[in-house]
Design a protein around this ligand. Structure first.
Ligand SMILES: [Fe+2]
Ligand SMILES: [Fe+2]
Length: 186
């Protein structure tokens, strides 16, 4: 099975947009955190988070089918491919079924919102509380590209209280805060 270094090399080859790269690393961190909470394999789950938008920049009209075809050729595990397909079930028709599938949907858009919330705070993610994220969630003009419907769908899929889910995503992203540039500013 390809490892994280292989996946990072692939990501850097396919994705040039810094914002999209950061998004993929953020989702990876959140999904890995959930693997620990839900008895998943963090390395395996992490690959799905890291690569879920691999073809978004190169093949937006085929996203994520191109990526999945390529990853299949490279020998990525079926669970990873399934989760990547299911994060866009509206397009692929593949519904989220496994824990990993559901967690990926639940972390995708919400990671973007948490990330954006960190950028407008002096202490970034350091003292970020679910309550502030919820406020941003309700303010539709903030990070308007983040689909509120998808966030809600994710919360329903994983079956947690909204604040608990937000807290988990914050905890996951906190671990990679300096890589993502969302720690306290000097
Ligand atoms: Fe996507
Ligand atoms: Fe995404």
């Amino acid at each position: 099975m390809p490892d994280r270094d292989d996946a990072v090399a692939l990501l850097e080859q396919w994705v040039t947009n810094e914002g999209l790269r950061t998004h993929m690393y953020a989702v990876e961190a959140a999904v890995r955190y959930y693997a620990e909470l839900r008895g998943g394999d963090p390395d395996l789950w992490g690959l799905a988070g890291l690569l879920h938008d691999l073809d978004w920049e190169k093949h937006p009209d085929e996203h994520p089918l191109e990526a999945v075809a390529h990853l299949r050729d490279l020998g990525y595990p079926e669970e990873v491919l399934q989760a990547i397909l299911a994060h866009r079930s509206d397009f692929t028709g593949v519904e989220p079924e496994s824990e990993l599938d559901k967690v990926l949907v639940a972390c995708d858009e919400l990671s973007g919102l948490v990330y954006a919330a960190c950028l407008v705070r002096p202490n970034g993610i350091d003292d970020l509380k679910p309550k502030s994220v919820t406020k941003k969630l309700k303010d539709k003009t903030f990070a308007a590209g983040v689909s509120r419907e998808e966030v809600q769908r994710g919360i329903e899929l994983i079956g947690l209280e909204r604040s608990e889910h937000i807290q988990n995503v914050i905890a996951g992203l906190r671990r990679v805060a300096s890589d993502l540039g969302i720690g306290a500013k000097d």
